[in-house]
Structures are given as C-alpha cells and as structure tokens.
Design a protein around this ligand. Structure first.
Ligand code: TXE
Length: 489
C-alpha cells in the first residue's frame, strides 16, 4: 500500500500516527496517510513562522515571488495527469473532471503570480502641510489554509496563490478524506524552489489537527472551506489568536427557469449544476424553480437525461458520474431523502443506490418534486446528486422562493428576456449569479457567498488584499521644532 508523508519545513516526514484512506469506488483501503497531531502542527506553524521572517523568503522582491508562483503553475500543468489520477483514486471524482480542473488550477497559480508585483500601497493627500503619508501593504503573516475533500487542489490554489503573492507563509491542511493529491502536490512546491517552510502541507483530523492549527498563536490568517458547523468551530478557535478569517461554506443554490428559455439547452446547464461531481459541489444548483407552463416538459427532459448518465469507475474516461466521496456522505443523503419523502416529496427518478453498483458509495442521479421550501431536501444542503424541483407563477414569486434560504452562494437564471435577466439578477441574494449558464469559474472572478454561505471572497485581484495588512507611515517634512506636545496633531 502506498504511504504518504507530511511536508514540513521543506522535508517529507512521517507523522506519529497514520490512517487508511479508502477508495470510494470500492470502499477498500488503498493508501496509508499520515495523521498530524498537535506536535506535527506545532512544528509546521513554527517552520512557517521562521520562514516568514527569513530573508530567503522575506527578502525576495514581489516579482521574484511572482516568478516562483508562475513556475509552480507550469509544474502543476506538467503533472496534472498524475495529480488527477490520485484525486480520482482518493475522492472518486471522475478522471475527466479532475484532469480538466487541475489543468486549469495551473492558470490560478499563474494569475496570482502575475498579481504579486501589483499589490500597491498608496500615497495620501494628507490634510497637514508638513507631512507626507503613505501606505504600505505588508503580508499578514502565517496563514492556516483548510480545505475539504472536494476539489482540493482547486480550493487550495485560491488560498495559496494570493497568500504567496502577498509574501505570507502557509500551513495547508488537506482533509482527512482524500488527502492524496495535496500530499503529492507538496513535491511540486519543493521542485518550484520555494524556500523551506514557506509552504507546509499536512493532513489529519479536525480534532486535534484542525483545532490546533486554527487556534495556534502564531497564525494570523485562516482561510477555510468546509461545512457550516465546522466553520463555527473554526471561528471559535480564532478567538484565541484573533486571526483574520475567511469562510467558504456550502449552499443550497436556486436555479430559476422562466418559460421563455430554451429548455433543451437549459437542461444541460442544470445537469452540470447538480449531477457533475456527483453533486458534491458547494455551488450545486440543488433547488430548481420552473415557471409553471414549462415545468412538466423540463422535468421530463431532465429525467430522461438523468437516466442516461453513465455511472461507473471514476478512472474510466467514459464515466460521467462516479461514487460519493465517503460512506458518511451517502448515509446523510439517504437520511435526508427518507425524511423528505415522509414530508410528502415525490421521487421522480433515482432515489437510491444504482443497480449493479453494490461496492463503493454510488448514488443514482435523483430528481424529487417537493411542495415547498420546508421539505428537508429543499431546505438542507445534501452535497450529492439530488435535484429538488418546484414551480412558480410569477417573477416576484420566483425571487421570493430563491431568496428563502439561510445560504447565498450561487444562483442561476434562465430566460431569453434581457430586461428580466437584469431585474432578477439584482434581487437575488447570492454571491454568484449565472445567467443562461452554470458552474463556470475563473481565477479572475471573485467567488464567495452571502449569509451562511460564508465570509469574504476568494479569487480575483481583490482577494490578495485579504492576505495583507496596511501600515500607515507618517513622515514629518518640517525642520521646525515639534509644536505643542499637549495637543493631538
Ligand atoms: O467538511 P468539514 P466535511 C459541506 C457539505 C458536507 C459538509 C461536511 O454539506 O456534507 O460540509 O463536509 C477540517 N477546526 N461542505 O465533513 O468537516 C477538516 O479536517 C479546524 C461544503 O468534509 O467542514 C477538513 O479539512 N478544522 C464545502 C475541513 O475542516 C477542522 C465542501 C472541512 O471539513 C475542524 C465540503 C476544526 N474543529 C463540505 N474540524 C464547500 N464549500 O464546497 C474539521 N476540520
């Protein structure tokens, strides 16, 4: 069985404890992973703290940091095949998607590499004639980056990229579920030539590793992606170090389809939103609201397309839907669906484990018709291939139904009316609105949620600022004696 190691202070090391990682397609152990405990986390944070102050990193120019990130991007592109294979093996995400996604992750590092020497300070038109004031943007310090198992390389890039561009150092904790691709990615950090300790990559369980990392007194910044309950723990942990926190959490994203839309094309976007990645995506378009005249026709198209989705071995190029990442995830979905049916929901297709897929954690693409937003499958995040469908009679009602949630990550609007697209877009309470498309991302565009979907934005040029703090510098230009010392100037 392959055995993976932690990457701390520029060296590959074992942890005192290890655990078996399971292949979601078969449910059997395939690799041994290191489980970082408090001792390993402390070593990683100390290494990051030393590296933060070491001239080998702190003395680099922004342009030099940018070049290292560009090189990392090139290495990711070169090794995308191997990383994709490992991500597919350890998380069950299909190889078509992991390969394409990791190829694109390379561009994220290049984008942030390009930004490194564009993090500009400012000169202020100060209201005192004998002063010059300028602002320096300085790196915030040691960053604790925590990611879940879905899209780990991608979710790491939106944290590591801006952190390193700004001059921070990082301890990145991979999820205990499917950590292989990130532990392998550590080799590319090493090969790119980052000084030792600048990036440390560990894995381990929330308790003790996640807690120890996010509450460590030397951590100045926490960038977290995961579930809302864990996010609350993380915020409590940062009461210890008062770290600046950003949170990218889940969602229950609404998709509004108006009757004037081209339903055949819409159906592909909806399928991309809920069945791609087996629905294990924070932006999953899991609540579908259809204008009543189009409802039955759209559901029929979706059900017929869902029935044809090729479920199978995630390493097979032809597979369109692989297993769920964990048995826990499947149990959560089955429990929710049972409660939804008890509350009156009707399963239109799927609804259980696909026939012939007894091994592994497979779940069939599922469409459920629900009466209102209180039904559990409409109200709660499932993180699986379950689409809840409801209908509406007016634009006003559609907006109200879409906004009736504590989440607010993504949303979709399908209409051929330009005026309606703009009206609805303005009123949706979500960090992302996709119009006549779904599940598109780019390093150039901010990503993040409203409400319980999170705090802060990742991606885009502004995200780098969250890894800096401002130093205001006052320089007196007069040679006269300092005036009245008892009056504030
Ligand atoms: O995430 P967790 P899980 C949602 C989705 C899913 C649910 C739980 O609904 O079903 O969250 O998923 C680390 N201090 N999303 O269990 O537990 C943990 O080790 C610090 C949405 O995978 O939040 C892992 O590295 N860290 C989401 C990371 O937190 C702690 C993606 C995420 O784990 C910790 C994933 C602690 N006390 C799940 N406890 C999205 N936005 O895409 C755990 N961790």
């Amino acid at each position: 069985m392959p055995r993976f190691q932690l990457y701390i202070d520029g060296a590959f090391v074992d942890a005192a404890e290890a655990f078996e990682s399971l292949d979601p397609a078969t449910g059997t152990a395939w690799a041994l992973m290191p489980a970082a405990g408090e001792a390993e986390i402390n070593r990683a944070v100390e290494a990051a703290d030393r590296a933060f102050h070491d001239p080998a990193w702190a003395g680099l120019t922004a342009t030099q940091r940018g070049k290292l990130l560009m090189k990392l991007g090139d290495l990711v592109a070169q090794h995308a095949g191997r990383l994709a294979e490992l991500e597919t093996r350890d998380t069950g995400k299909i190889i078509r998607e992991t390969r394409a996604q990791i190829g694109y992750v390379a561009d994220y590092y290049r984008y942030f590499g390009g930004l490194a020497d564009k993090i500009e300070g400012a000169h202020l038109p100060i209201d005192k004639p004998d002063m010059e004031v300028f602002l320096r943007r300085e790196p915030i310090g040691v960053v604790a980056a925590i990611v879940p198992w879905n899209s780990q390389l991608f979710l790491s890039a939106v944290k590591l990229g801006p952190a390193l561009a700004a001059g921070c150092t990082v301890v990145l904790k991979a999820s205990e579920d499917g950590p292989a691709p990130l532990l392998e990615f550590a080799r590319l950090i090493d090969a790119a030539g980052f000084p030792k300790g600048v990036v440390n990559i560990v894995t381990g369980f929330g308790e003790p590793a996640g807690r120890a990392l996010t509450s460590h007194p030397k951590v100045a910044r926490v960038a977290f992606t995961g579930g809302p309950a864990t996010a609350r723990q993380v915020v409590r942990n940062t009461a210890e170090n008062l770290a600046h926190v950003t949170l990218e959490l889940g969602g229950k994203s609404p998709v509004l389809v108006f009757a004037d839309a081209d339903l055949d094309s819409v159906s592909n976007a909806i399928i991309a939103g809920i069945f791609a990645a087996t629905g294990q995506s924070c932006v999953a378009g899991s609540r579908l609201y259809v204008e009543r005249p189009a409802h039955d026709r759209l559901v029929a198209i979706l059900a017929s397309k869902a029935a044809k989705i090729r479920i199978g071995d995630p390493q097979d190029e032809a597979t369109e839907m692989g297993p769920l990442a964990t048995a826990r995830q499947r149990a959560h979905i089955e429990d929710n669906l049972a409660r939804s049916v008890a509350a009156g929901a009707r399963v239109m297709c799927g609804g259980g484990r696909p026939v012939g897929r007894e091994a592994g954690w497979f779940f069939a693409p599922t469409i459920v018709s629900a009466a209102d937003n209180t039904v559990p499958c409409v109200a709660e995040e499932l993180f699986g291939p379950v689409l809840s469908v409801l209908s509406f009679d007016s634009e006003e009602e559609a907006i109200a139904l879409a906004n009736d949630t504590r989440f607010g990550l993504a949303s979709g609007v399908f209409t051929t009316s330009l005026t309606r697209a703009h009206r609805v877009t303005r009123r949706l309470r979500a960090g992302i609105v996709w119009v006549n498309t779904y599940r598109a991302v780019s390093p150039i565009v901010p990503f993040g949620g409203y409400g319980q979907s999170g705090l802060g934005r990742e991606g885009g040029s502004e995200s780098v600022r969250d890894y800096t703090r401002t130093k205001s510098v006052w320089i007196r230009t007069s040679d006269d004696p300092v005036p009245d010392p008892f009056v504030m100037r």
